[in-house]
Design a binder for this molecule. Sequence first.
Ligand SMILES: *Cc1c(COP(=O)(O)O)cnc(C)c1O
Length: 374
Amino acid sequence: MERVTSLEDLPLRTNLQGRSPYGAPQLHVPVALNVNENTHAVPEAVARDILAGLAEAIRSVNRYPDREFTALREALARYLGEGLTADNIWAANGSNEVLQQVLQAFGGPGRSLLGFAPTYSMYSILASGTDTTWIAGTRDADYELSPATAVSEIVRTDPDIVFLCSPNNPTGTPLSLETIAAAYDATDGIVVVDEAYAEFAPVGTPSALTLLPGRERLLVSRTMSKAFAFAGARVGYLAADPAVADALRLVRLPYHLSALTQAAANAALAHSAEMLAMVDDIRGQRDRLVVELACLGYAPHRSWSNFVLFGGVTEPRETFEALLGEGILIRDVGIANHLRVTAGTEQETTLFLDAIARLGRSDRPGQTVPAQAE
Ligand SMILES: *Cc1c(COP(=O)(O)O)cnc(C)c1O
């Protein structure tokens, strides 16, 4: 059919006019290190169990699924520990949907959401989709966020909702529990800690989950997309006071988690140790990226996630394109002189490091490379 209408011809809501959709390029390349997926596949034995769960679920797919996804909430509570029960858990099709439901319930027209830029690009997109006013707060030097800065931004902007990304995407920066507790005390609104990358923190690091008791406006969101190697299944979740789940029940679509999604997630969670087996390895590749990029003359930022943001890139677009020409896809996150790369398998990480080492010798600050003999 011929396309006769463009977006400009449609009566779009005013607050969506001129906006761009989320658009990380989806290209088929040998080495995809652009959207912080776990680049290790689901282990074969676990894949077989997931298939068995799906096979059983498909036999009753003529019926609507458990609207309360009770078994999944129980499995997620067990996985998180910290004394949480199914009543504390909510889940949806990716943590993006969870965050959207939070904005539908607690944001909306006349209300505002504060985040600390640069941060996850979906926050402002979810805000405009729910007609919530997005406020981009600032950070300290090197993308850190101290309790004092978080509090002064909250006092200055008086938001209804605060999103704290811990560790922060796209910078990788950790966030202290002190900052989270101070932010909570500075507002009487909702505070969401997005812990999409929590499993990649140093072993023994306490999660914001430990702050939940006595803080009924604190929500901690997680995802199975990153450490759990389950991005394609679309499962995100949060832990909070049971009243928060009641609020989200008001805005979720009925039966929003399909029987197949619930079956797949339950089977994967029954094998959480195997699903998370590669996390140590990925942490090692991340630390290697930091060390080796610094040796090459770039300026990597410290990271507690599965990716590294590095500065000192004179021409990010050219470096990005040159890597793509070699079949390696990384991410230009729109920060001047920076690029972001996901920690892949050892082999993928080596291919990236070798390729960037060969590139742009003139691109590297403070480093002169002798002309190579032909
Ligand atoms: C990847 C990511 C998510 C996860 O999104 P899903 O919808 O669960 O796949 C959430 N928050 C941040 C900061 C992320 O980087």
